[in-house]
Design a protein around this ligand. Structure first.
Ligand SMILES: Cc1cc2nc3c(=O)[nH]c(=O)nc-3n(C[C@H](O)[C@H](O)[C@H](O)COP(=O)(O)OP(=O)(O)OC[C@H]3O[C@@H](n4cnc5c(N)ncnc54)[C@H](O)[C@@H]3O)c2cc1C
Length: 559
C-alpha cells in the first residue's frame, strides 16, 4: 500500500458470471431427461453457456436501466405510438426468439413443451421483462388456431425464429409477436366488467362484412388499462358484443397495421411506471374505432382467451422458478467466498440452514414446473390434461407466492451489497411479485383450483394417481397424501375461505412426491421434514436439525 491509500479492497466477491447456467444445475438436467425433453440436452448446454456469459447477463442490466420510451407523434405531428427500446432489449428478444422460446412446441417434436420449459427457466435467470412478450406470443397460438384464415396468414410469421422489431405490416416482416389485452380500469380479474364494445361492420344490405384477414370484422371502441408489449404486431383482446343469442364477451384479433397498410386505431396513452419488469413496455391504450377480427364464437370470448391463459400461467410458474434459481445462485456463489468471523459464510451453521432451505425451495419449484410442462406435452391424454387443469392454478399460486420472500432472503445473504443496484439481486427482487399478480392473481388462482375440483372429480383422481407414484415408503408423506385427498374430495361445496391452504398443500404434496421419486434422499427427506411435517413459515432458515445441508448445497450449484 502507498502511504495515502485509505484501505485495501479485500474479502469482496466477484460477480456470478461466465458460468454455464445449465450444467451448474443438476436438478434441471435431471428433470429435463425424466420429463421427456432429453433430445434438447445438447442445445440447452450451449444455451446455458451463452446465457451465463458476463456479456449476456449485462444485457439484463442495460435493458432495465434504460427502460422503454413512448413516442406518440413523429416530428411532423403524425400519430405513431411507437415504443423505443435500448439495443440490449432487442438482443435479449433476438436470443429468446432465436431459441424458439416463443413458439417451439407448436413446431412439434417429442417433449417440446418440456424442452421449451427448460429454456424459459434458464432465460428466467437472466432477464424477465423480455419473457412477457415471448410468453404472450407462445400462448396466442392455440387461440389463433380457432380462426383458421388468420392462422394461415399469421402463424408462419409467429412461428418464425427471426426476431423482427420493425414497425411494418406483417406481410413485410420476417417474424411477428403477439400481445393480449383484457384488463380494464373497472375490472381485471372479473373481465365480465369489461366495457369495451365491438360492433360488426355491416354491408349496405346489413350483412356482416369479411375483411382481408378473412374472419368477421368489427369496430372496437373502449380501452385497456394494462396492455403489455404495445409494439406487438397484433393483440388478442376481449370486448362486449350484442349478437343475437350470443351477447357477452367476445375475443378479437387486432393487428397493429390494417390490411391496407394503415395503422389500426390503437392509441397508446402512456407507459406504466412499474416497480419491476422495467425493460418491458406495459401501456394503457384506447381503441378509437380499431378494427378487430372475431376469434372463436361471439359471446365465447372468455373460453377462447383462456386457451391462452393456461399457457401464460405455466410460464408464470417457470418464470418464478427461474428467477428464484437466479437469486439462489448469486447468493450461494457469494456465501462460498465471503468470509465473516473467520469462516466463509457458507460454513456457518445458521447460514447453511438459510441457504439449504432456499435450495430446497428452488429444486422443488424446478421439479414441479418441469412436471407441469410434461402435462402440456401430453395434453391429449385426459388424465394429464386434468392434472394440468389442477396444477396450473395451484402452482401459479404457490410457486409465484414463494418468490418475493425468497428474493428478499437471497438478497440478505449478500448483505448490504445485495440491496444496491450494483447487485442483480435488487432487480431480481423487484421482478418476483409480478408473476403472482398478472395472469390471474393469487386468490383468483386458488378459486380456480376449487372450481376445477368441484366440477371435475377426474381432476382429483389424476392428482391421486400422480401422488400414488411416490409409493408408500415415506410414512409421513403417505399420511399427508391421504389427508389431502380426503379433504379435496369434500370440495364439491367449495370452501373459498380456506382455498389458499388447499392450493399450497396440493403443490407441496406434488413437490414432495417428485422429490421422493427422483431426488437424492438428503433432498427429499429435508423437504418432507420442513414442508410437510411442519407448515412452511414466513421466513427461510427453519430446517430442523439433522438435515444434510452440505450435500444439499453441493448439489444446488456446481461451479
Ligand atoms: C406489469 C403488468 C403487466 C400487465 N400486463 C397486462 C396485459 O398485457 N394484458 C392484460 O390484460 N393485463 C395485464 N396486466 C393486468 C393484470 O393481469 C391484472 O392487474 C390482474 O389480472 C388483476 O386485475 P386487477 O388489477 O383489476 O385487480 P382486481 O381484479 O381488482 O383484483 C384485486 C385483488 O383482488 C383479488 N380478488 C379478485 N376477485 C376475488 C375474489 N372473488 N375473492 C378473493 N379475492 C379476489 C385478486 O386476486 C387481487 O389480489 C398487467 C399487470 C401488470 C402488473
Amino acid at each position: 500500500m502507498q502511504p495515502f491509500d485509505t484501505h485495501e479492497v479485500r474479502n469482496t466477491v466477484a460477480p456470478f458470471e461466465n458460468i454455464n447456467l445449465y450444467t451448474a444445475d443438476p436438478a434441471l438436467q435431471e428433470a429435463l431427461l425424466r420429463e421427456g425433453g432429453g433430445e434438447a440436452a445438447a442445445s440447452l448446454e450451449s444455451l446455458g453457456a451463452e446465457l451465463g456469459k458476463a456479456e449476456t447477463l449485462d444485457l439484463a442490466r442495460l435493458a432495465n436501466l434504460y427502460s422503454p420510451t413512448l413516442h406518440n407523434y413523429d416530428r411532423e405531428g403524425h400519430r405513431i405510438d411507437e415504443v423505443e427500446f435500448h439495443p440490449a432489449w432487442h438482443r435479449l428478444m433476438a436470443l429468446l426468439i432465436g431459441h424458439g422460446t416463443h413458439a417451439s412446441p407448436w413446431q412439434g417434436g417429442a417433449g417440446a413443451q418440456v424442452a421449451r420449459a427448460a429454456r424459459y427457466l434458464l432465460f428466467g435467470q437472466v432477464e424477465n421483462g423480455s419473457q412477457c412478450p415471448v410468453t404472450m406470443t407462445y400462448a396466442s397460438v392455440p387461440a389463433l388456431k380457432q380462426a383458421p384464415r388468420i392462422a394461415l396468414k399469421w402463424l408462419p410469421k409467429i412461428l418464425s425464429n427471426q426476431y423482427d422489431p420493425r414497425s411494418l405490416p406483417v406481410e413485410q416482416k420476417h417474424g411477428a409477436i403477439i400481445g393480449m389485452g383484457m384488463t380494464e380500469k373497472q375490472g381485471g380479474s372479473d373481465v365480465r366488467a369489461n366495457t369495451t364494445r365491438a360492433e360488426p361492420l355491416l354491408s349496405a344490405e346489413g350483412r356482416a362484412l369479411f375483411g382481408d384477414e378473412g374472419e368477421e370484422v368489427f369496430r372496437i371502441v373502449g380501452h385497456k388499462w394494462f396492455f403489455s408489449a404495445p409494439q406487438s404486431d397484433a393483440h388478442l383482446i376481449l370486448a362486449q358484443t350484442d349478437g343475437e343469442g350470443s351477447a357477452g364477451l367476445s375475443c378479437f384479433f387486432l393487428p397493429r397495421y390494417l390490411p391496407n397498410g394503415e395503422r389500426n386505431a390503437i392509441r397508446v396513452q402512456r407507459l406504466k411506471d412499474k416497480l419491476g419488469n422495467r425493460s418491458n413496455a406495459s401501456s394503457e391504450v384506447e381503441f378509437t374505432g380499431a378494427y378487430g377480427w372475431l376469434i372463436g364464437k361471439q359471446g365465447r370470448g372468455i373460453p377462447t382467451i383462456l386457451e391462452m391463459g393456461s399457457h401464460t400461467r405455466l410460464d408464470c410458474v417457470l418464470g418464478s422458478a427461474g428467477t428464484m434459481r437466479a437469486a439462489l445462485t448469486h447468493a450461494l456463489h457469494h456465501a462460498r467466498r465471503r468470509v465473516a468471523f473467520g469462516r466463509p459464510l457458507v460454513e456457518q451453521p445458521l447460514m447453511q440452514n438459510v441457504l439449504a432451505d432456499l435450495a430446497l425451495e428452488s429444486e422443488a419449484a424446478t421439479a414441479f414446473a418441469m412436471r407441469l410442462a410434461r402435462c402440456f406435452d401430453q395434453s391429449s391424454d385426459p388424465a394429464q390434461a386434468m392434472l394440468a387443469r389442477l396444477l396450473t392454478p395451484a402452482g401459479k399460486y404457490w410457486i409465484c407466492k414463494r418468490g418475493p420472500g425468497f428474493g428478499a432472503e437471497a438478497m440478505e445473504v449478500i448483505g448490504g451489497s445485495g440491496y444496491v443496484e450494483d447487485s442483480p439481486l435488487a432487480r431480481l427482487y423487484r421482478e418476483l411479485p409480478v408473476n403472482s399478480i398478472w395472469e390471474g392473481s393469487g386468490n383468483v388462482m386458488c378459486l380456480d383450483l376449487l372450481r376445477a375440483l368441484s366440477k371435475s372429480p377426474e381432476a382429483r383422481e389424476a392428482l391421486a394417481a400422480e401422488l400414488a407414484e411416490a409409493g408408500n415408503s415415506d410414512t409421513f408423506f403417505v399420511a399427508y397424501r391421504s389427508t389431502l385427498l380426503a379433504d379435496l374430495a369434500q370440495q364439491q361445496t367449495p370452501d373459498e375461505f380456506g382455498a389458499r391452504v388447499r392450493a399450497e398443500r396440493v403443490v407441496l404434496a406434488v413437490q414432495a412426491a417428485l422429490l421422493l421419486r427422483h431426488a437424492p434422499e438428503y433432498v427429499s427427506s429435508a423437504f418432507v421434514a420442513s414442508r410437510l411435517k411442519r407448515e412452511p413459515g414466513g421466513a427461510y432458515g427453519r430446517l430442523p436439525s439433522g438435515v444434510d445441508c452440505e450435500a444439499i448445497l453441493a448439489r444446488a450449484l456446481v461451479e
